[in-house]
Design a protein. Structure first.
Length: 201
């Protein structure tokens, strides 16, 4: 087993222990918009079958650890309810959207990265966040393309590209083609799906 894999496994175990011992994580509140799709939920006692996924892993100081195989986080619906705050559960597991300007959407004043609230996968570097004026955290690229999954969302009569976390299949937001240079993309995320980690050192 590689040192990179060991580091990632240790970080994930530490995150899981902190989450379980500390209860639900605190997130900025706000009312929720109606659900954007009807994602089928797993039976309370039968989680879906998971497997290994190849992600690009990062230490909390932003150091790229390189590609690593990580076991996809797969839980029952009851376990997701226990793991996530209510607002995050509705959005991440049922494809909802938080109301604009209801969460922590401003660019942080210090360098750092954003991780998935559910499984700790690195998703965005704060250096790629910009003020889109939309009321949701917006980034011009993910920290690594393989850490997010794109899928087609045809709800409400138009086609959009939904973004979910490759580490746990949780819904994060959508990507649009009206962003700034250099990519021209706007990854519009729900703040309650993200955890900001300040860069130390």
């Amino acid at each position: 087993m590689s040192r990179t894999h060991d580091i990632v496994a240790l970080e994930r175990r530490r995150f899981l222990r902190a989450t379980l011992s500390g209860g639900a994580l605190a997130v900025a509140g706000g009312l929720l918009m109606p659900r954007l799709s009807a994602r089928p939920t797993a039976a309370a006692s039968t989680p879906a079958v998971g497997g290994d996924v190849l992600l690009e892993c990062f230490a909390d100081d932003g150091h790229r650890l390189g590609p690593c195989h990580v076991r996809k986080l797969v839980l029952t619906d009851a376990q997701w309810r226990e793991r996530l705050p209510e607002a995050s559960y509705e959005i991440m597991r049922h494809d909802g959207t938080e109301r604009a300007f209801s969460g922590m959407h401003e660019k942080p004043p210090v360098p750092g990265l954003f991780r998935c609230l559910a499984c700790d996968t690195a998703l965005y570097d704060a250096a790629t966040e910009f003020d889109s004026g939309t009321g949701w955290p917006s980034f011009w690229q993910p920290i690594a393309k393989q850490n997010v999954i794109e899928s087609t969302d045809r709800m409400f009569g138009w086609t959009r590209t939904a973004i979910s976390c490759a580490g746990c299949d949780s819904h994060l937001g959508h990507v649009f083609d009206d962003g700034p240079r250099p990519t021209g993309l706007r990854y519009c995320m729900n703040s309650v799906a993200l955890r900001f980690v300040p860069r130390v050192g």
